[in-house]
Write a protein that binds this ligand. Structure first.
Ligand code: SF4
Length: 174
């Protein structure tokens, strides 16, 4: 304990400063996304997040979209509690056996038109969990995926850019 206290006093902070978000770029992309969503859906975009077995790293970045720095709700992008209110299912993690059924039910409960977005390397190709007996596989093995956002974890702006690409895609959502 004495050693710990001495180290804490002598070595200073163990944390590092967070990288500054690119406010101008985010604002530009989020405004464009909100405008496309309104044009395409006639209203703002609603997102239901599903953790299918992630380490929670991706969730921390998704939560950042709602924090006072990013605050995407000011552009009309909403995270909703029920899949019945969602346009987009944002799924993280490889799909675990424990979450497979819940994920399928969530997909079925989401009204058409709907898009499915795989967020993070684990959802894209199982990432660091590849080969684990606890997982069924990547998200695309379970559901039709409309967009992959890679990264471990992907930064918030990449998620917003991916959603913008979805809204601009000519293909209709399911
Ligand atoms: S992609 Fe990285 S941060 Fe996201 S769930 Fe997998 S290990 Fe965690």
């Amino acid at each position: 304990m004495r050693t710990f206290l001495r180290d804490a006093l002598l070595k200073g902070k163990a944390t590092v400063a967070a990288p500054a978000p690119d406010g101008v770029a985010l604002e530009e992309v989020a405004r464009a996304l909100a405008e496309r969503a309104r044009r395409r859906l006639g209203r703002s975009l609603s997102i239901r997040e599903v953790d299918a077995g992630s380490c929670n790293g991706c969730e921390l970045e998704i939560h950042a979209l709602n924090n006072p720095v990013y605050d995407v709700e000011r552009f009309g992008l909403k995270f909703v509690a029920s899949p019945r209110h969602a346009d987009v299912l944002m799924v993280t993690g490889p799909v675990t056996w424990n979450m497979r059924e819940a994920l399928l039910r969530t997909y079925d409960a989401t009204p058409a038109p709907k898009w499915v977005v795989a967020v993070g390397d684990c959802a894209v190709d199982c990432g660091v969990f590849a080969g684990s007996p606890a997982i069924v596989g990547r998200l695309a093995d379970i559901l039709p995926v409309d967009l992959h956002v890679g990264g471990c974890p992907p930064p918030p702006i990449e998620m917003v850019k991916g959603l913008l690409a979805l809204m601009e895609a000519p293909v209709l959502p399911r």
